[in-house]
Design a protein around this ligand. Sequence first.
Ligand code: IPE
Ligand code: IPE
Ligand code: MG
Length: 238
Amino acid sequence: MSLENTVIPEHVAVILDGNGRWAKKHKVPRAMGHKAGCETLERMVRIASDAGIKYFTVYGFSTENWKRSVEEVGALMQLLRFYMVRLLKIASANNVRVKMIGEKTRFAPDIIKGIDDLVEGTKDNTGMTFVIAINYGGRDEIVRAARRLVNDYRESGKDADSIDEAEFASCLDTAELPDPDLLIRTSGELRLSNYLLWQLAYTEFYVTDCLWPDFNKDELEKAIAAYNKRERRFGGRV
Ligand code: IPE
Ligand code: IPE
Ligand code: MG
């Protein structure tokens, strides 16, 4: 498959799911599935950038994922530590700017530093923006935005009736990002799992049974081909 004569969605969001099922299928511990998932993510950052995607936003760890076992959360934190450093190299080599969405203060100090170094070290890159959603939850993001607005209005004495969608959106973690055009979910579940609840209002959905560690360039091209067959209406008439 080739991407010639296809419209490349400007912003692709991904729910990378299925690391656990991949591990089960290969009869290895779940942590190995997450490691394989991180390796796929590394490859996909370069592939998405080469494909001409401008914004690539991946769900790496949700506000609900803390409910998993201590062992699994610990393994995920270790991977986060390791891959932050690797991602800095990959992003720098590919002119990719990295942003983080989610609430980072719940992480250990060294992980927070890893995130800050990654964001700071790539902020002047002019190629694709790679957005990593960690300790991210759509509801949590909306509540934090509401808090910010309330505090701002309380301090300034502004009239709350003047709040509109644009002002609300400017308080979200995604403030400077366009809304996603295409959402890809791997491993077949037909749900959002608290991802980008505000931003996905008019996004096209593509769900594949492919498990995230098996996701590759060919799978991305299939998703983009499916996107090209969609007729986007945004509530209007064509
Ligand atoms: C996705 O893989 C990665 C994270 C949520 C951290 P899962 O761990 O959810 O994999 P499955 O759904 O159990 O297969
Ligand atoms: C969504 O996957 C979160 C991430 C991919 C980081 P989950 O595996 O946590 O979602 P559910 O539990 O199947 O809804
Ligand atoms: Mg899952």
